[in-house]
Design a protein around this ligand. Structure first.
Ligand code: FE
Length: 196
């Protein structure tokens, strides 16, 4: 079955000014959509056509001749996950079980926040910043290009897209300002808590 571009979980102008309607127009409507249509073209008539998105990612990871399928499948997953990681009026400190888990894994929220901002802010070139769970602890990692933690035995909890197309309209070259806005005004901790 062909994959479809999932609708955004909020109105296009709902995240402004931290993320503008214009950014979402291009990022969701053009970039994400292109990954979905390219993936559908690539898997048509292949064994992957009947597989779930997660299975396609795991089954093509690390195979040089399947790199195009992996890239587009992983980018579809990563963007779908990223939209859910944000909400209007989000950001700030998490509460409850997730807050306890962050304290246990990093010492305190401030240490986690600095580690995430540094990792995502200084990641070289295109990629993704992640808060992941290895089953017992939470960790901050970054991945290159379309790479995704699913096939690394890690469960994604939060991700932030640090490709230039994620922030250039709103922040130009100032990626760290975008990461600050993501952490302080956008991140959806309720969604993150459901991933534990
Ligand atoms: Fe993106």
């Amino acid at each position: 079955m062909a994959f479809e571009l999932p609708p955004l979980p909020y109105a296009k102008d709902a995240l402004a000014p931290a993320m503008s309607a214009e950014t979402l127009e291009y990022h969701h409507g053009k970039h994400h959509n292109k990954y979905v249509t390219t993936l559908n073209d690539l898997i048509k008539g292949t064994e992957y056509e009947s597989q779930s998105l997660e299975d396609i990612i795991r089954n093509t990871a690390g195979k040089p001749d399947k790199k195009k399928i992996f890239n587009n499948a992983a980018q579809h997953f990563n963007h779908d996950f990223f939209w859910k990681c944000m909400k209007p009026g989000g950001g700030g400190k998490p509460t409850g079980e997730l807050a306890r888990k962050i304290d246990e894994s990093f010492g305190d929220y401030e240490t986690f926040r600095k580690q995430f901002a540094d990792e995502a802010g200084t990641h070289f070139a295109s990629g993704w910043g992640w808060l992941v769970s290895d089953g017992s602890k939470l960790k901050v990692i970054s991945t290159h290009d379309a790479e995704n933690p699913l096939h690394m035995g890690l469960r994604p909890v939060i991700t932030c897209d640090v490709w230039e197309h994620a922030y250039y309209i709103d922040y130009r070259n100032e990626r760290p300002k975008f990461i600050d806005a993501f952490l302080d005004n956008l991140v959806n901790w309720d969604f993150a808590a459901q991933q534990l």
